[in-house]
Design a protein around this ligand. Sequence first.
Ligand SMILES: Nc1ncnc2c1ncn2[C@@H]1O[C@H](COP(=O)(O)OP(=O)(O)O)[C@@H](O)[C@H]1O
Ligand SMILES: [Mg+2]
Length: 136
Amino acid sequence: MAEAQSQKEYFPINSLVDVVRARRRGLEMAQALGFPLAEATKIAVVISELGRNIERYVGQGSITVTAHSEDEKYILIVAQDNGAGIPDVDRAMAGGYSTSGGLGLGLSGSKRLMDKFDIKSITGVGTTIKTVKWLR
Ligand SMILES: Nc1ncnc2c1ncn2[C@@H]1O[C@H](COP(=O)(O)OP(=O)(O)O)[C@@H](O)[C@H]1O
Ligand SMILES: [Mg+2]
């Protein structure tokens, strides 16, 4: 039996409409890979949080969603922007820190919903977040 091909979709993020589109498609991709709705919804929430951060704090960037379905199955989300960067990543990841009067739970909550969460942010260069959830 032939295995399904891995699938990669690129979503430019320039507006909240783009975030909604990425979130909806990410939910479909996760479900198609085999995630039950509750788990696929966590992936959709993370796409939404990272996308909203790009929209709010930078204005433009991208989200790439990969549904890997070969030796192992997982969803990889890569959120990338060339914005101002996050000066204190440790503080932002600890939660409760917001420069916009928000709850400051988008990044810390996203990390909790996923299995692996890598963030690289360089002041004046931008932010790249790579996060994975494995299908078990
Ligand atoms: N892509 C980004 N570029 C620059 N700063 C960001 C980005 N994402 C998050 N931040 C910073 O990290 C803080 C925490 O983000 P988050 O946990 O999503 O909480 P919130 O969006 O509610 O403030 C934001 O207030 C902002 O200062
Ligand atoms: Mg946020």
